[in-house]
Each structure stands twice: as C-alpha cells, then as structure tokens.
Design a protein around this ligand. Sequence first.
Ligand code: SF4
Length: 461
Amino acid sequence: MDFSTTLKRFGVEQLIRYLHKDPEKNMLRLMDWADKFAKGEFVSQRKLIREAISNPAHPYYPFVRRLFTDLDEGVMQAMAANFFINAALVGWPKQEEMRQKYGCNIPWTILLDPTSACNLHCTGCWAAEYGNKLNLTFDEIDNIIQQGKALGIYMYIYTGGEPLVRKKDIIRLCEKHSDCVFLCFTNATLIDEAFADEMLRVKNFVPAISLEGFEDATDSRRGTGVYQKVIDAIGLLRRKKLLYGISACYTSANFDSITSEAFFDKLIELGVYFIWYFHYMPVGNDASPALLPTPEQRIETYRRIRKYRAEKPLFAMDFQNDAEFVDGCIAGGRRYLHINANGDVDPCVFVHYSDSNIREKTLLQALQSPMMMAYHDGQPFNENMLRPCPMLENPEKLRAMVNASGAHSTDLQSPESVEHLCAKCDQYAAHWKHPSEELWKENRAEREAQKAAEIREEPGA
Ligand code: SF4
C-alpha cells in the first residue's frame, strides 16, 4: 500500500474514532464542516444526510445511530477503510486506468465459488448442479485476489455451494488480504460462536444470509429447522456487533410474502443492515419458467421495495429493477464476473457460458476473451433500464453472444444449451416489454421532477 493510501486509511480510522466518541454532536459537526467545504456541490445529498442524522422522524435516524451503538468500532473502521478508501477511492480510478490500457472491462468485484459442496439440499438449487465437491484451492483463490488487486479490485463476493464449508480458508484469506472486503452469500447454518469470533478478529467479512421468507417458506425449500438456525445465527452476529444482511430471491410463488411489509419489518426487528433482492432466473435444464414473476408481480415488487427504501430503516436493493443506478447490466466484467468452483470464468452468476478457465488463463486474459468482449461491446443491452439483461429481457442478445464467441455451458452436471435457456425467457421478455416501457416512462417523469426540485433548492438558483 502506498503512502497516500496509508494516510487516507489512517484518516478514515481517526474519523470513525471521533464519531464514536460522541455520535450525536460529532456527526453534526462533521456535516457543518462538509457544508463549508462542499459549497454548492451535492446539495440534495447533504440535505438528506443532515435530515437522517438530526431529525428523529426521519426513517434512517435510528439506522444511523445503530451504526454507532450496535456495530463494533473496529469492524466499522475496517469496513470504511476497505470499502471507501480501497474499493472506491483507490480501486475505482485504477480500474478505469486498466480499462483504458487493456481495452476491456475491468470489474469492481469478483464473485467466486470456493466450493460446489453444500451442507443443505435446497429444492431446485442451481449450485448443486455443478456436482459435489469441486473446489478452488486456497492458493487459486489467493492468486485470483492478487491478480484482482493489481487491477484495482478490492471487493470479493463468495457464492456457491455453501462457501462456509471452507470457513478456515475463508478466514485465512480475510487475514491475508486485510485491505479487501469479503461478502459471502450463505445459508448461515455453519455460523457458530467460534466463527463469529473469527469474523470479529479479521473484521472484513460480511455474510449475506439467504432467506425464502418466513419459517414455512424457508423450511419447505431449505429443510426443516433451517429458519430457526438462521434466526439463531443472526442473534449471534448481533450480539457480537457484526455487520450482516439478507439475500432473497423473489419468484411467482413467494413474491407476495418475501416483499411484504411484515417480512421487511421482521428483518428490521432482527437488526439486519441490508437486503439484496434477486429476481428468479430460469437457469438450468430443470428450472421452471412457471416461477418467473408475472409483469404485474414485478411491478408490484418494484413499487414495494422503492417505498420501503424511502420509509424504513433498512437498506434494500432490487437487482433487476435497480439497474438504472448502475447503467444497466454489470456483468461480463463491467462491474463484476463470476468464477465457479471448477475455475470457469462466467460473465454473470446466472449466465453459465464461458470460453475461459482461470486455471488456463490469467484474469486479464479471461477479461479479453471473446465472450467477455461481447459483453463489453454490447453493454448496455437496452436503453430501458428495466430491461437490462441479455438473458432475461433480451434473450436474442445472449444467443448471439454465445454463438459468436463459441462459449460453452459451464454447468457440469447437465449442460444447458443457450437455445434451451433463452427459449424459457422469450415469452417473459415479450410480456414484460410493454409494461416495462410504461413503468420506465413513469420512472423518468419522477426523476425529472426530483431533479427540478433539486435545482430549485440549490443556493442562488
Ligand atoms: S447478465 Fe443479466 S442477471 Fe447478469 S448482471 Fe447482467 S442483467 Fe443482471
């Protein structure tokens, strides 16, 4: 780490220490200072933050306070330094420089499957289809991270399989790469006291726990007793003052309960810091298109999550409906890619077609491969950000990319042809086209109204 990065990290650590001393007073002092220096910049953002920290009626007022009362100070320092300094201030410009230099996408994060093994047997889980007990070795993961850091990547996300089957290696990697953030999609059933203590020691590991909804929904897919184990793990993480979130997939069958206000409120009661919602993807030869949400269900999900986000103290992202915030599809290395437990480099965690394996190519060579370059050249796949995906909403684009690049299916148990996969999306895409155009128009009108209000608020406007 160079001197200026070390200095910035030190500054962030001091800042967190200062805020912790007296959050009430010092947050406001910091805002006064920010107002003085930012002058006419970021007016609406500063107004929002000031509201959240000073107005007890604001939905994020309790959320901000919890960061100081419920979160370990060392964890907060490590997260702030690794996320804001390394992954953002240092990593982002470096990625941009590498993009220019190599003429390809350079991601902000890498998703990795340390293993295809899992201790549960959830109904319809695509991870299980990769075959049992494929693993990336400790040295392979370490090597990927080293290559990643040379390109400016400081954020790593574990998927699987159940990554915590490899918890010893995962902690060693957190230790070895203490300047990175490690997020992990997990069923949480392997989180115990000893592991939580290790998380507290390394400080840079964040679980995103999978739930299907309440107890009945979770246990019927994941197995009897799993919901209670998740609740116990959350209790443990909360007692240890660790950071944790939820990952939830909505389908035509569960969308109503998993996006209900009661479920959202339950997560707030459990002290959850964030929830990532994913739209069901019909990936795999046995995946059922009947589980795809209808247009009405997707619109309802869009409205509910935006409403909760504005009104409730829990940070929520809806990946398929929030593409406008990241300018469309982020896969193919544009902001992320996926490496499975066999080393295959997929453009997306849902798109299992590849022409590269990390055991045969460097990360950079994989990013320059025909399949990744097809993503690079094709993005964004649609101007309407409610239709971002080359598979789900624009299946003709994935067909074309796979056929032109010669990428093969990386599903090791039951390779699925791109034609078979895309045929399941054709009808969905056709049905979603018109409603999504209407919703996008409505969204645009709202954004324009908001922008006009911000201009009116700017001093001197
Ligand atoms: S390929 Fe589709 S699912 Fe994957 S990131 Fe892009 S839009 Fe999302």
